[in-house]
Every structure is written in C-alpha cells, then in structure tokens.
Design a protein. Structure first.
Length: 179
C-alpha cells in the first residue's frame, strides 16, 4: 500500500483521509497557557477482521419518494450536511452522468478516543437512474437525486479501524444541494 503524506492529509489507495484525535500525541501550543491541546493524524488501515459482524442501527432515513428529474442532476459542486451536522460535498460531471470527489466529515467515540474523520473518495463513479453509490473497504455511501438541485443519501463505517483506538461503526444520512 502506497502512502503519501500531504500536510495533514494522508493519501492511501486513492482515498484522502484526515483523522484527528484530541489526546495521545504531540502538543499544540495554545493561545492561553492553561488550555493545552493534543492532535494526532492517524493512517487509514483497511483490513479484514475475524470479529463478529456488527449490524449498525440506521438512523431515520428520508421516506419521501423522490421525483426523478428528466434531465438529471445539475453539473458542478454539490454541498450539504450529514445528520450529525458535518459537511458533505461532491461533484457532478458536465453531462450529469458521473460523480467525483465525494467528501464527508464525521466524528464519534472509538474506544478511548474522540475522533474526527474527513474522508474523500476521488471517484469517478456512474450516476445511473439518478442514483450513485460506492464501497471502499469498510466505508460506503449512496445518494439519490430528488430534483436537478437536491439530493439525499446515507453513509456507513463498518468495523472501520482507527489505529490506536479501535473500530468505528456508524451509519448516518446526508442531504446536499446545488445553488
């Protein structure tokens, strides 16, 4: 596996990954001497495990049946938020047939660590019947366009290993739009 360090972002097997964990690392000098913070950037480790399967409980997904636009999604950058309030974004090609650069940020408790993860799947991937999806290791996402400027979907981390902390299991939803 080839790993390239790009500042605070790590490129591993086509994924841009940023994981920060307060604690367990080098100190960052604060503006006030009484508030010391620690940050560490962890590598993405994808491996099969023999742990028992964990079935995450999904959050409430959108239930409305979308009206599929005849012309497809609008080209350009789409942006929005996850159900936890973190950013999500992706690009739609000029001919509205492919997505790329699906970027999502999330956070959670993994073992003894509070983690924040930013992950980007560079793609591209097809948009078929106004829907798209991708699975990369233990991370997957899916989306559906309800109009030429609105979309919604879900993401999941299943036994996603965070070095030094444990396994992240999280299911969430997202919505994004095009201005």
């Amino acid at each position: 596996m080839k790993v390239h360090r790009l500042g605070t972002v790590v490129l591993v097997a086509g994924l841009l990954v940023l994981a920060s964990v307060p604690f367990f690392a080098t100190p960052v000098l604060p503006q006030s001497p009484s508030a010391l913070q620690y940050h560490v950037y962890l590598p993405l480790v994808m491996r099969q495990t023999s742990l028992p399967a964990v079935t995450p409980t999904p959050t409430t997904a959108p239930t409305a049946t979308p009206t599929i636009p005849a012309s497809g999604p609008a080209p350009g950058q789409w942006s929005g938020l996850t159900n936890l309030g973190y950013p999500v974004s992706f690009w739609v090609s000029e001919d509205s047939t492919q997505w790329s650069k699906f970027a999502l940020r999330t956070a959670g408790r993994v073992g003894p660590c509070d983690v924040t993860i930013a992950i980007t799947v560079t793609g591209p991937g097809p948009i078929t019947n106004n829907q798209f999806s991708r699975t990369v290791g233990n991370y997957s996402f899916s989306g559906q366009f309800s109009s030429s400027v609105n979309s919604a979907g879900w993401y999941t981390f299943t036994n996603y290993y965070i070095y030094g902390c444990g396994y992240l299991n999280q299911v969430g939803t997202w919505t994004a739009g095009r201005p």
